[in-house]
Design a protein around this ligand. Sequence first.
Ligand SMILES: Cc1ncc(C[n+]2csc(CCOP(=O)(O)OP(=O)(O)O)c2C)c(N)n1
Ligand SMILES: [Mg+2]
Length: 630
Amino acid sequence: MGSTRRLTVAQAVVEFLRAQHIERDGERGRFITGVFGIFGHGNVAGLGEALEAEAATHPDDALRYLQARNEQGMVHAAAAYSKQLRRMRTYACTTSIGPGATNMVTGAAMATVNRLPVLLLPGDLFATRRVTPVLQQLERPESQDVSVNDVFKPVSRYWDRINRPEQLLTALPAAFRVLTSPAETGAVTLALPQDVQAEAFDFPTHLFEERTWVVPRQRPDATLLARAADAISSAQRPMIVAGGGVLYSAAEDALASLATRFGLPVTETQAGKGALPWDHAQNLGAVGATGGSAGNAVAQDADVVIAIGTRLSDFTTASWTAWQDPGVRFIAINVAELDAAKAHAIPVVADARAALEELTAALAARGWTGVSPERRAHQERLRTAWNEEVDRVLHLATPQHVSQPEAIRLTMEAAGPDGILVCAAGSLPGDLHKLWRSPRPGGYHVEYGYSTMGYEVAGGMGVALAEPDRHVTVMVGDGAWLMLSTELATAVQEAIPLTIVLLDNHGFRCIRNLSGSCGGEGTFQDFRFRDPATGQLTGDVLPIDFAANAASLGAHVVTAHSPADLARALKEMKGVGRPVVIVVEVDPSVGVPGYDSWWDVPVAEVSDKPAVREAYAEYVAGRARIRQAH
Ligand SMILES: Cc1ncc(C[n+]2csc(CCOP(=O)(O)OP(=O)(O)O)c2C)c(N)n1
Ligand SMILES: [Mg+2]
C-alpha cells in the first residue's frame, strides 16, 4: 500500500489545484491562481471549508479566494484573466447547487466558444440520494440521474460528476488535460455533489504531487506544409487573416517576420487585433463584417488566404461574402482540426508560431520573393487611405454631448501605448474593431466570440488581475451595464484600479440599427416609458441615473457632458487607485460607417410593411454574394 492522505473530496480538489503547473518555452508557473466563488448549501461546507483551510495553511501563496456577486460574472472574470494571459493561467469557480450553478452556463459557453480555460465546480445533488428533493433540486419523473448541471454538457469541453471520492483520481487529470490543451480547451465542469464534497477518503499522496502540464508547440505535417507553401508561392494576391490563435501561441514576431519578408498584407479578427502594431507596414486592419476599407479590399480579390488561429466566424468572413475571387483558396493554420478543416482549406494543424516559422523557411527555400512590387504598392495605398479614414472618423464631432467615435478617440488617447481596452457587445465592438489602434499585443481585449453583454465589467476586472501593471479601461454600453455590472463591487473590494467608460445612448442602439436595416421600427430597443397614448415604448426617456447606480456600488464616479469633460476625467482618474466609472451621454446620430461589408441577418420574407419588403429585396441581393467556401 502506498501512502495516503485522509481528506474530504473538496480538500483533495483544492490540494490538487495547488499542485498543477503549466509550462511553455521554458516558462513555468502555477496554472490555477485562485478561486472565485459564491457559497450556498451546495458548497459552503465542502469547498468553502477546504478553501478556508487553504488560506490558513498557506498564508503566503494560497489559492486566492475572490468573492463574486453573480456566478456568470465570475466566469467572465476568470476567462478574461486567462485570455489576457494567453491561456497560461486561470481561476476556478465554485458555486452552490441550482441557480448558483446554472448562472454559470452563459459564462461556460462564452469560455468554450472563445477557447478559454475555466474550471467550473458547481455543487450538485446528494449522490447518496439520502435527502431528496433537496432545496433547489430539479426533479425529473423519468430519471433521478439528472440534475440542472447536465445543462453544462454542451457548453463544456469536459464534463464530469464526482459521485464517489475515488473518481477524482481519473477525473482531475482528465480535466486538466483539457484545460491545458491548446486545441481542446474551454470550460471544464466538475459537478461536485454536496454530500460527496464533505466526504473523507484515503487519497493516494501521488495525486497531490506537483505536476507540470507542458503546452506543446505542435509542428505541422511536412506534406501539408509543403502544399501550403506551394499555394502561397504561386499566388498573385495572397493575404493573411490573423486570429486570436496568433496571440495565444505568442506568434506575433513570427507573423511579423513572415509578413514583412514576403510583403503579405495582414488583416485582423477581433481576437487577433493587436498581433501586429496598428501602424506596422503590413497591417491593413480589421477584416469582415466590421472590417475597414483596406482589409476588406484586399479580401475582395485575394486568391490565397492564410487564416491563422481563427474560427472564421461570420463576422470575419462577412458571412462568406468577404472573398469574391472565384478561385480563392484557403490555408488554415490552427491547433484545432475543427478550424483547420474549415473553408475547404489546406489544413495545417499546428501551433501558429511553429507553423509560421516553418512556412517562412519553406517559402524562402522555394526562392519565392513574395508579393509583386505593384501589389505591394496597391496594399500600401489601401493602408494609407484606411489610416486617413480612421483619423477622419475618430474626429467626427457633435454639438450634442459626445459622439461615440470621439469617445473612442479620447479613451484611446488616455489609455496610452500600454493601456488595455476591454469590451464585448453592443455597437462598440464593431466601432472599436475599426478604430482602436493597439500599439502592442494584449492592448485590445474584446470578447466577440460569444459577444456577451455583461462580460465588460467582470472581464475588465479579470484583465486587471492578470496585468496589474497596465491600466485597464472598459467601454460598456448602457444596455450591457444594466444587464450585469455588479462585479464592480468586487473590484471595489479588491481595490482594482479600473476605468469604466459607460456610454449612455438610452437603449440597445445597435439592435435598433439592425432592426432598421431589416425594415423594423426599432421601438422595442429604446429605453423609454410606455406611452399611454400609443400603448408603445415611445414615451419619455427612462431617467436611469447611471452615475448614482455606479456610485452606490462604491466606485468613484464622474459624469462627462462634453469631449473636454471626458478627456479631463480620463486623465485625472488614472491615479485614483480604485474603480472609476465615467458616465458619458453619447449622441447616437453620429455612427461609424461600414466599409463594403455585409452580415447575414435574414429578413422577413413576407410582410405587409413596405419597409420590410424593401429590406428583403436588398437582403436577397446581399445574399447572392455569398461564396460558400466550406
Ligand atoms: C447576453 C446578451 N443578450 C443579448 C444580446 C444581443 N445584443 C447584442 S448588442 C445588444 C444591445 C446592447 O446595448 P448597449 O450595451 O446599450 O450597446 P449599444 O448597442 O447601445 O451601443 C443586444 C441586446 C447579447 N449580445 N448578449
Ligand atoms: Mg446603449
